[in-house]
Design a protein around this ligand. Structure first.
Ligand SMILES: Cc1cc2nc3c(=O)[nH]c(=O)nc-3n(C[C@H](O)[C@H](O)[C@H](O)COP(=O)(O)OP(=O)(O)OC[C@H]3O[C@@H](n4cnc5c(N)ncnc54)[C@H](O)[C@@H]3O)c2cc1C
Length: 357
């Protein structure tokens, strides 16, 4: 059965670029298009999509549709829904693949309703059966403990794919022809007056980072000299995050401390918590320091492919099959050494790296 597949994306508010997660969704769309012998259309939304469209010129599409202009610069339900609906209708799409960004998660289920179709969010894979081409989407429930496989007859079917689950599409940029769609009137009552966000230094959650650095409560505990060294821990961790461009996670014990009037790392919030009652981030690599490696925490590492940990305790949870490599060492020394290697100016007295356990 011939199908029309639509890859739908929005450009970033700052810079009008496509985020990495969008290239991953494009990778999935291109793969399915080939497998199913389908037609691929690209749909883009944002203030100015021209440069982003050029980066995906080689994706093998005949049509690039766009709804763009100042009205589409920032997320707003009415304008985003109208834009997505117009693109889906113009593409006559049966299957719509889009990144699970907060902007799209808010709006695309409503668009599915307008199109008399259906939507699935938080999808981690979308496969076509090799024999009959039937589509199967997978997603996790109950804190990533139960994986379900979804088949649907309803069309159009909007599938929002989670980041970090597919290889990002790559190809040479080139000139493109964009079909700009103009919309009938849509509501513009909501005005975006600004964004309140933590200071840029405090923006430590980076879903696109190659490495997840996870800090545990040990950073704030008394060390061998009988004292705590929280300001030093803060500096070491922030320097590392900056130098390595990694994302920051925390154990529950550490993020809970701020509510218990204990010494805290000031940039650590409950949003950083990884685990059963925290998040389950996806990164190729993870590095844990001063965290014991308890099961309720490690369950959040399910999608971290390569895991390393640093702990003073050779019997900690990481040593029991939870990490690929455990360094039995003082995290303060290891991180100072790592920072010196990552930042050449600070390489005055590099210390020996600890041995692998
Ligand atoms: C229902 C339930 C749900 C939970 N959900 C979560 C969850 O979502 N996320 C989560 O994280 N936890 C969760 N927990 C709590 C979890 O079981 C652990 O208590 C918690 O993760 C421990 O945090 P921690 O390893 O940072 O602290 P600790 O257990 O205090 O460990 C600190 C570690 O630091 C090491 N250390 C100290 N100083 C140094 C140094 N200088 N160098 C190297 N190592 C050092 C110590 O050896 C120690 O192993 C849950 C618990 C329950 C019961």
């Amino acid at each position: 059965m011939s199908q029309n597949i639509l890859f739908l994306a929005h450009v970033s508010e700052a810079g009008n670029a496509l985020p990495k997660a969008s290239y991953e969704v494009l990778g999935a769309a291109v793969k399915l298009t080939k497998q199913l012998g389908a037609n691929l259309t690209i749909g883009l939304i944002g203030e100015d999509v021209a440069a982003a469209a050029e980066t995906i010129a080689a994706a093998g599409t005949e049509r690039i549709l766009a709804v763009s202009g100042p009205d589409f610069a920032t997320a707003r339900y009415a304008s985003d829904a109208a834009a997505a609906e117009a693109i889906c209708r113009s593409a006559a799409a049966d299957l719509i693949l889009a990144p699970a960004s907060s902007r799209f998660m808010r709006v695309l289920p409503g668009v599915a309703h307008r199109l008399n179709g259906c939507a699935d969010t938080h999808v981690t894979s979308l496969e076509a059966d090799a024999v009959n081409g039937e589509l199967r989407a997978a997603r996790w429930y109950y804190r990533q403990r139960i994986e379900t496989v979804i088949r649907r007859d309803a069309r159009p079917w909007i599938v929002l794919l989670e980041p970090g689950c597919e290889a990002a599409w790559t190809g040479m940029p080139g000139p493109v022809k964009i079909e700009k769609l103009s919309l009938p009137k849509f509501a513009t009552r909501t005005t975006v007056t600004g964004i309140r966000a933590p200071q840029s230094d405090a923006q430590t959650i980076r879903p696109d980072a190659d490495l997840l650095f996870v800090a545990g409560a040990g950073w704030t505990k008394k060390q061998s000299d009988g004292k705590t060294h929280v300001p030093e821990a803060e500096k070491l961790i922030l320097d590392f995050l900056r130098a390595a461009g990694s994302s920051l996670g925390g154990s529950k014990s550490l993020v809970d401390q701020s509510g218990e009037s204990q010494a805290v790392l000031r940039f650590m919030t409950h949003l950083n918590q990884v685990g059963q009652t925290g998040s389950t981030p996806r990164h190729p690599k993870g590095l844990s320091m001063c965290c014991h490696g308890e099961e309720p925490h490690v369950v959040g590492w399910r999608f971290i492919n390569e895991r390393r940990a640093v702990n003073l305790d050779p019997n900690c949870g990481w040593a029991r099959g939870k990490a690929d490599v455990l360094y039995v060492a003082d995290a303060f020394e290891v991180l100072a050494n790592l920072n010196a290697r990552l930042t050449p100016v600070a390489q005055s007295s590099p210390e020996a790296m600890p041995q692998e356990a």
